[in-house]
Design a protein around this ligand. Structure first.
Ligand SMILES: [Zn+2]
Ligand SMILES: [Zn+2]
Length: 753
């Protein structure tokens, strides 16, 4: 058996190796080199793969760019070769590679660095992925090669890889962690003994600080800066570190050990958080239970964390004291670079570094500033003066020297290869590895060759083909589906990679899955096969409903408008599937072309009007007897408002039939207004129904009605239209009467003291 070390041997970056045994060749990881500028050779030596005569399979340990960044290129060369990984890593890969494409575009525009691969290479590659569960053993060539992934801590979905062959057993650790992290459990150590271990050595010359103490130190430092009126930026890698930092701050806030302050989350981080909450079975036990109980743990209702949209970004540095967690991790680009430039000059603010920094990266240079006398630094195209506090916290997701050598000692292999570490780290680690194990420090381009006794066993599973639009959670079949909650969970995973789906719902009475998309008609045409298959697999009906059609249409138009043209007013939608837009755009073929493009993309009949044409009147004119939706909402608010009813929200619902739902503090407040409602229904062309009580708003208003002098012992207990309250002293006479009447009149609620 041979291991060809192609990239990522004496370095962190560009991880890539080929294992050759019998007639089989498998590639393990295929990453990019990350830091540095246009002069860096980003790719491992892929030529070598060709010289070896091609590949039978590609195995992926996890979704960090230094392990998957060059995959699309290998895929272009070998489009038929299947890739194997787990479903969480597959979902993360899609996000990570989309981001890589974006970064390459930027580098192409600003630094004339040529993109490594085109977009279609990514899509096509994701279509060749087959998913396997950690712990399952699968065949990669009958009688020659078997593979088993096991979770390795580090980040969501990260795995080690055991290869059993006719010439012995090799254990590739991949990237791994031994300390308990907030998100994932430590590495699972295999129970079978390998002949050869190939281990990462990132921190082979380092001992980590006590994890818990370091977490506390970070949380307290952030709280101190915010408490003194400053803002803290924590640049963090979008996959892994950002989730750890968020959970540390949120749990310290929840426990009351630090005060609650806003935490803004920007960059790719939010999407990655979403994937974490979609795959609870890959999380550590505590977080898994929390996710199963409460859903997304990063952005739950009680959480102080908020995702920042692109339009809000500029206002964050001008706003209240806060903490900002944003990618990129080394300030090489992304929103973190913008925030650093904005915050750096104020001594009240702070930049806290929590992860590995390439010396040449802006993040590395910021750290160097803290030690030296230099006070200015170039960030992107801005020269920035630094006065803010700078500090470093060690929250590593890699094993340290003692942890690595202990793992190797526990496994007791005959040979151990140290990779994924710089020369210093590997040289320091080598003497710590047990003397009964032969320890080797391969360099890129070198080949290891050995032969031990066969270790093949019986395969326990077969990988499942996963197309990028259909994740494998579904492939466990409808038998596993017990109730709506389980179906919803599966459906969320299934649509995770379908961009058009904005929300998923479940209608228990009809056992139907609801998919909310901006343009239902075109969605149903384009994704007909997916919708059908989804229904079959779940054993449930699938209904496609509209969500935010007008808003997304406006967004789409803005992107598609030719130079110099302008959207003048938000689109008006009509129930017959027409959309009328006011666009300032010269007449002629350009206009027809735009209407055609929009029709194709949305399935709506789009009419483009010149502002000031007859369109003005048409906007609220009834079509098919119904009022344009936004006009209808306005009218509902107007009419009910004039009757003294505050409308909290108004929206169109499609179930059980199309109607307008009006949200007031409580539905019973509409009682006695039947005539008004009838008139409104006639005018808008929609039936009007009240939404359920908004208990939160109701309670808030109820509290405001209570005189402060009443000492409330027990908060409100609601039962139907009755509110019970326990107070220290029974209020008397006119005061009690007044409050009771206010409750009855304004809230329609009987107050019982
Ligand atoms: Zn990694
Ligand atoms: Zn790595």
């Amino acid at each position: 058996m041979k291991i060809h070390f192609i990239g990522g041997a004496q370095e962190v970056g560009g991880s890539c190796s080929v294992v050759e045994v019998g007639s089989r060749r498998v590639l393990i990881d295929c990453g990019q080199r990350m830091g540095g500028g246009a002069e860096v050779d980003r790719l491992p030596d892929l030529q070598r793969v060709q010289e070896l005569g091609g590949l039978d399979a590609i195995l992926l340990t996890h979704a960090h760019a230094d392990h998957i960044g060059a995959l699309p290129l290998i895929h272009l060369a070998y489009p038929q070769v299947p890739l194997y990984t787990n479903e969480a890593t597959l979902a993360l890969m899609k996000i990570m590679l989309a981001d890589s494409l974006k970064i390459m575009q930027m580098r192409w525009l600003h630094e004339a660095e040529i993109p490594l691969y085109p977009e279609h290479a990514v899509t096509s590659m994701l279509g060749r992925v087959e998913v396997v569960r950690p712990g399952d053993t699968f065949d990669l060539g009958e009688g020659e090669l078997q593979a088993t992934f096991l979770l390795s801590g580090h980040v969501l979905g990260a795995c080690s890889l055991t290869l059993d062959t006719a010439e012995g057993r090799v254990f590739f650790t991949g990237d791994y962690s031994v300390d308990a992290q907030r998100t994932v459990d430590p590495i699972t150590v295999p129970t079978v003994r390998p002949h050869v271990v190939v281990t990462e050595a990132t921190y082979g010359n380092r001992l980590h600080a006590h994890r818990k103490a370091e977490e506390t130190r970070l949380a307290e430092a952030v709280a101190r800066v915010v408490g003194e009126g400053g803002k803290v930026l924590i640049p963090a890698f979008a996959l892994g570190r950002a989730q750890e930092v968020l959970l540390i701050l949120l749990s310290e806030q929840k426990a009351g050990r630090i005060p609650r302050f806003p935490i803004f989350v920007d960059g790719m981080v939010r999407n990655v958080c979403q994937i974490y909450s979609l795959f609870p079975e890959f999380l550590g036990e505590r977080l898994r239970k929390q996710v199963e109980r409460e859903g997304n743990p990063f952005f739950s209702e009680a959480s102080a964390a908020r995702a920042v949209s692109q339009t809000e970004r500029e206002s964050v540095p001008l706003g209240e004291p806060c903490c900002i967690v944003s990618s990129s991790g080394m300030l090489t680009g992304g929103p973190s670079q913008f925030y650093a430039a904005e915050l750096a000059s104020d001594a009240k603010n702070a930049i806290f570094i929590t992860g590995y920094q390439d010396e040449e990266s802006p993040g590395g240079k910021v750290l160097a500033l803290a030690e030296g006398t230099e006070r200015s630094l170039r960030l992107g195209d801005r020269l920035v003066q630094f006065a803010c506090q700078i500090a470093k916290y060690n929250l590593s997701a890699h094993a340290d020297a003692v942890q690595i050598s202990s793992l190797v000692a526990q496994l007791g292999p005959r040979q151990c290869y140290l990779v994924h570490g710089d020369e210093g780290a590997r040289a320091a680690l080598a003497p710590m590895i047990s003397q009964t194990t032969e320890t080797l420090l391969p360099r890129n381009g070198e080949v290891a060759e050995f032969a031990f006794a066969p270790s093949l066993g019986r395969a326990t599973a077969r990988p499942q083909r996963a197309t990028p639009v259909e994740l494998p959670a579904l492939q466990r079949g409808p038998k596993a589906v017990k109730h709506g909650h389980a179906i919803l969970n599966q459906a969320r995973k299934a649509v995770a990679l379908i961009e058009e789906v904005r929300q998923v719902g479940w209608r228990p009475e009809s056992q139907e899955l609801l998919l909310y998309v901006p343009f239902p008609k075109s969605f149903q045409e384009r994704r007909a096969a997916f919708v059908r298959e989804l229904g079959e697999r779940l054993g449930a009906g699938v209904v496609v409903l509209a969500k935010n059609t007008a808003g997304e249409l406006a967004e789409l138009v803005r992107r598609r408008l030719p130079l110099g043209a302008r959207l003048v007013k938000a689109p008006s939608l009509f129930p017959d599937g027409r959309a009328v837009l006011k666009v300032r755009l010269a007449d002629g073929p350009e206009r027809q072309r735009l209407a055609e493009v929009l029709r194709r993309e949305t399935g709506l009949v789009v009419e483009l009007e010149e502002p000031g044409e007859a369109g003005e009147a048409r906007e609220t004119v009834k079509a098919d007897g119904r009022m344009e939706l936004n006009a209808a909402y306005r009218r509902v608010r107007e009419v009910l408002g004039s009757a003294g009813l505050a409308v909290l929200r108004c929206g169109k619902k499609d179930s059980p039939q199309e109607h307008l739902e009006v949200g007031l503090l409580a539905p019973w407040l509409l009682e006695g207004h039947e005539q008004l409602l009838q008139a409104l229904e006639g005018e808008t062309g929609y039936p009007i129904r009240p939404a359920g009580a908004n208990l939160q708003a109701l309670e808030k208003r109820a509290r405001e009605l209570l005189p402060p002098a009443w000492q409330v012992l027990k908060p409100f207990q609601w039962s139907g239209r009755e509110a019970r309250l326990t107070v220290a002293r029974l209020p008397q006479g006119p005061e009690l009467e007044l409050v009771t009447r206010k409750f009855r009149e304004e809230l329609g609620v009987e107050l019982k003291i």
